[in-house]
Design a protein. Sequence first.
Length: 213
Amino acid sequence: MCFVRKWVTLGFMKKKKKKNKPAEKVLKCICCKNEVYGSEVEEMKKIKIPYGANYTIKVDNDFLKTYKNSILNDKNFQWACDSCLASKRAIKGNPANQTYCDYSPYLAYFDRDFECESCESTFVFAKKEQKFWYEELKFWVQSMPKHCKSCRKEIRKEKQYHKRIAELNEKQGSLKIDELSELAVIYDHFGNEQKRNKYLNLVKKKSLEKKPT
Ligand SMILES: [Zn+2]
Ligand SMILES: [Zn+2]
């Protein structure tokens, strides 16, 4: 009797266990790459994704699992499990503040490595910087940094130099001595020896010029 009962119970438990086996760890966290249960992504499920004027996409396991087939492009799809958020390895995104259309908004941000197109070094696109780009600067979600920080700085400097050259070119003939030296410095930076020397000579000439009385 006792044995039978035990068997029945065990059999029943076994069966029940099999039947109510918790959902498989079918989700793979994009941040930590760990397999997680659907119950471990609760934070993501609180996110609302506005899509179109009156439509909101609901984030659930299926969405996280099958985003590839969703109306959103998965190319840069980012989400993170609850433990990644708790450990601050990832921070939560707010699609309502992002600019997106054909690509998926960011549900989470975490540090990502990129290769600089100029110097080929690896640089980190930090999570906080990403949030700043997409939620404050309102860059399109598909825009990615192409250059490392120092190359970006250099590019910005060059742009400023070009702008300055254009500005000073408009004043050709009436350039002051400090503006002539400025052009010499800029052309020196660009490695244009001919122009650098031209402006250096002009600086020299100008400094020797007698002031008209
Ligand atoms: Zn994770
Ligand atoms: Zn670089």
